[in-house]
Design a protein around this ligand. Structure first.
Ligand code: UD1
Ligand code: CA
Length: 452
């Protein structure tokens, strides 16, 4: 079925007490507004228009793939919708309206909701939910015959109405032309002096149109985030949803309560995730991996059969059969090829590491191209920075770098070359050569006796 979507995201989010616009606060590693947009798109939305106002510039910089319309003064949700009137001049059929602060909505619920609306032939349908604690939400008032009457906002409700647990989820389907036909008649004669979008439902009803309700099966999907306490509650629900989904697809998560996996992360079958692991952003992990404990991956692409523990890796690629950790920092722009071993206090930045190469302990490898089958001794450092510019180090296939070598870049070490331990290499080392670059040792006879 076809529908267009309007998302309200202009509000300041006063209750968040934040410099950041509310809808950009993240849950499951993704801005709330992006969750809502993604759910709408997945449900089959043909087009998304987002009303922005507070922090408009920042929202536009952060969110893409939608149309924006500005509400310069936040005079209420009804006023926000009115700002988008011209965007829907040529539209017909169903307009789905969502708020940018309901990140737990699933595409399945939106699809069912929009389908039910179309089938009902109502002019408008409002999504409702039975909330254990309805505080802050608009309450749904029914006529004596059970049909929809109107929404009363929390701040306008009397004591009896406040006891109602059926709330407005802030999600609506409208016949788009009927909506805009009635919207101008919404007034701001209420406790908050705002133009309330839900008031248009009662106006349509007064016009003789039918207005329906659709109850969400799981009330947690419709939670609106107005405060940081609610943000944390949403976070917990989203994370649980994500770990359950992964486990149901064949991933072992040893302790879901101490595992933090962002919503867009992908993990292959039979991978095991140990406690205190954070998998963030656009991270993709293959199958048969063993990740954690205490691993943080951000925007990582990881192949199959990779082991990583007690390490932090971000914006980099790790191929297959690689071992990482303990205590490894892999930084942006790094590519680690098949069968590489990186362990024990190693930092790698903006470098490529060839197949089967070993970096077993205490290395800094920056701006380097390391070949295949290389063995790098403990304590080796690439001196990539001269105080002004960064330079590259190149190490050929099957080279052997002795312990505590300094490679002063720009420098290159040929295939099969050997470097003696403790060398400071400032000149290129040709293929198959041995380079020794350290002072010769002098032993002084009986030195200690003479000292006395
Ligand atoms: C709103 C509903 C309430 C419902 C609840 C569900 C109204 C009047 N009330 O209340 O019935 O139970 O959502 O979560 O609609 N916004 C604008 N421009 C404005 C004002 C708000 O774009 O001038 C946007 C906000 O950015 C937000 C959304 O509209 O994303 C909802 O606004 P909010 O202030 O959070 O409304 P609630 O008080 O939660
Ligand atoms: Ca809200």
């Amino acid at each position: 079925m076809k529908f267009e979507t309007l998302i309200l995201a202009a509000g300041k989010g006063t209750r968040m007490k934040s410099k950041l616009p509310k809808v950009l606060h993240k849950v499951g590693g993704k801005p709330m507004l992006q969750h809502v947009i993604d759910a709408a798109k997945q449900a089959g939305s043909q087009r998304e228009v987002v009303v922005i106002g507070s922090g408009a510039e920042l929202v536009q910089q952060t969110i893409s793939g939608v149309e924006f319309v500005e509400q310069t003064q936040q005079l209420g949700t009804g006023h926000a919708v009115l700002m988008a009137r011209k965007n829907f001049d040529h539209s017909s059929g169903t307009l789905l309206i969502l708020c940018g602060d309901t990140p737990l909505l699933t595409s399945k619920l939106l699809q069912n909701f929009a389908t039910a609306h179309e089938n009902s032939k109502c002019a408008a349908t409002v999504l409702t939910a039975e909330m254990p604690d309805p505080t802050g939400y608009g309450r749904v008032i029914h006529e004596d015959d059970g049909t929809f009457s109107r929404i009363v906002e929390d701040k306008d409700a009397d004591a009896a109405q406040r006891k109602i647990r059926e709330v407005n989820a802030g999600v609506y389907c409208f016949d788009v032309q009927k909506l805009f036909g009635a919207l101008e008649r919404v007034t701001n004669d209420n406790a908050q002096g705002e133009y309330y979008l839900p008031d248009v439902l009662a106006i349509l009803k007064g016009d003789g149109e039918t207005v329906g309700t659709f109850g969400a099966e799981y009330c947690e999907e419709t939670i609106g985030i107005n405060s940081r306490v609610q943000l944390a509650a949403a976070e917990r629900i989203l994370r649980q949803r994500k770990t359950f989904e992964l486990m149901n697809n064949g991933v072992t998560i040893v302790d879901p309560h101490s595992t933090f996996i962002d919503v867009d992360v992908e993990i292959g079958q039979d991978t095991v995730i140990h406690p205190n692991t954070y998998l963030e952003g656009a991270t993709k992990i293959g199958s048969d991996c063993d990740i954690g404990p205490d691993v943080r991956f951000v925007n990582m692409t990881v192949g199959n059969n990779v082991t990583a523990h007690f390490s932090y890796c971000h914006d980099a690629e790790i191929y297959n059969d690689v071992t990482i950790g303990p205590y490894v920092h892999v930084r942006p722009g790094t590519k680690i090829s098949d069968r590489v071993k990186v362990g024990n206090f190693v930092e790698i930045k903006n470098s490529t590491i060839g197949k089967g190469t070993k970096l077993p302990h205490l290395q800094y490898i920056g701006d380097s191209d390391v070949g295949e089958g290389v063995n790098i001794g403990c304590g080796t450092v690439t001196c990539n920075y001269d105080g002004k510019n960064k330079h590259r180090t190149k190490i050929g296939d099957n080279a052997f770098i002795g312990c505590n070598t300094n490679l002063v870049a720009p420098v290159s070490v040929g295939d099969g070359a050997y470097i003696a331990a403790g060398s400071t290499i400032t000149k290129d080392v040709p293929m198959n050569n041995l380079a020794i670059a350290r002072a010769r040792q002098t032993n002084i006879d009986n030195w200690n006796d003479k000292r006395k």
